[in-house]
Design a protein around this ligand. Structure first.
Ligand SMILES: Cc1ncc(COP(=O)(O)O)c(C=O)c1O
Length: 385
């Protein structure tokens, strides 16, 4: 009998060790990790420099409080702001917490503009987290089922449909648009190249904040540090988590301009948020991404993956679409393929299934030989359907 609540349905496997792109089970078997704990361990397991930084910080200082200055927190905030052209950062412990901060800032932006019922546009099929506000923002009834009454004043509009946003321009209660640049949890949905630029323009025209949830797409996952950099725009608010800590729990909400000034003393906080351990780790993550030219690897491997999947799967009728942006990959099939999760595990490969899509989020450090194993295994699974 398990003493854990039954909100997860884990596969029958336990991992006890990780190294680079591989995980080792308690039976001693090695698995190629093409999921990275859902987009988290981008730099691989037990990265020597990250392990060293964690070890050294653990020996020095784990936690104080946000009631005192924290050196590594200030250094990390500065680095993130320079990378993203933002002005200020709030640290929490997860993606949901980063998005909670963003939602609170959007409401304050409304209040500052005398809007009594500040309302946020979010997208259908989106995913923003599991707290009450973030699941209310999420455009997926399955995530919301059973949790009504939801947090109000979110309006869901069709993703990648600019007209759906324009329709709300006369609604004086709108204060922000909150989007993922690429929808991850709903199966790597990549919008038209110009979509974010158009949303950005509408936001600027209407004094709406553009909130980009880069919890999954950020920190190199798409081949740029942040996915919105493909559009050469800067959002008003940017949220990060997952890859930022490579496995230590950290979330960040960054803001620019007036939005960066709306949280004032006492309006928001987090006991653990931005403690010395996680910030030192995240600083190391950013350092490694730069020093090891990780983005160049992501782009090289991404092209290799797109080319090979397209070539190898072109005559398979079950394949409806192959979507690749950096190392966010989905292969959409014409049928439910949930059972492939176990079949992949039997072949020592960790993947994710999202409805009818096989989803892969391999490590940003994956090399060509490891990538070829992933490609071959996935193709075998699809061919055997
Ligand atoms: C885009 C996006 N936002 C928010 C979240 C929630 O992050 P967390 O699970 O760290 O709260 C996720 C998690 O998958 C995500 O993909």
């Amino acid at each position: 009998m398990s003493y854990l609540m039954s909100n997860y349905l884990p596969l029958e496997i336990t991992f006890v060790k990780g190294s680079g792109c591989y995980l080792t089970s308690n039976k001693g078997d090695q698995y190629l990790d093409a999921l990275c704990g859902v987009g988290v361990t981008g730099l691989g397991h037990s990265h020597p420099e990250i392990s060293k930084a964690i070890q050294s910080q653990a020996q020095q200082l784990l936690h104080t409080s946000n009631w005192y200055h924290i050196e590594h927190q200030e250094a990390l905030a500065k680095k993130l702001c320079i990378l993203s052209k933002m002005d200020a950062t709030f640290f929490g412990n997860s993606g949901a917490e980063a998005n909670e901060a963003a939602i609170k800032i959007a409401r304050l932006h409304g209040r500052a503009n005398n809007i009594d019922t500040p309302t946020i546009l979010t997208a259908t099929q989106s995913f923003h987290g599991r707290t009450m506000a973030t699941l209310s923002a999420t455009g997926n009834p399955k995530v919301q089922a059973g949790f009504a009454p939801l947090v109000s004043e979110f309006i869901h509009v069709e993703f990648n449909n600019i007209e759906a946003i324009k329709q709300h321009q006369n609604n004086d209660d709108i204060v922000a648009v909150m989007l993922e640049p690429i929808q991850g949890e709903s199966g790597v949905i990549i919008p038209d190249a110009n979509y974010l630029n158009q949303v950005h323009e509408i936001c600027q025209k209407n004094n709406w904040l553009l909130i980009l949830d880069e919890v999954q797409t950020g920190i190199g996952r798409t081949g740029k540090m942040f996915a919105h950099q493909y559009n050469k725009i800067t959002p008003d608010i940017l949220t990060l988590a997952k890859g930022l800590g490579n496995g230590v729990p950290i979330g960040a909400c960054l803001a620019k301009g007036n939005a960066a000034k709306l949280l004032t003393p006492g309006t928001h906080g987090s006991t653990f948020g931005g403690n010395p351990l996680v910030c030192r780790t995240a600083l190391t993550v950013l350092e490694i991404i730069k020093q090891d030219e990780i983005l160049a690897n992501v782009n090289k491997i991404s092209n290799h993956i797109a080319k090979n999947f397209t070539k190898k799967l072109k005559n398979i009728s079950a394949v409806k679409e192959i979507r690749v942006k950096g190392l966010m990959i989905a292969i959409e099939l014409d049928q439910d393929c949930t059972h492939l999760l176990q079949l992949a595990l039997d072949k020592k490969l960790l993947i994710n299934i999202t409805g009818r899509s096989i989803r892969l989020l391999p490590p940003l450090i994956i090399d060509k030989a490891q990538t070829n194993i992933m490609i071959e295994t996935v193709c075998e699974l699809i061919e055997a359907l």
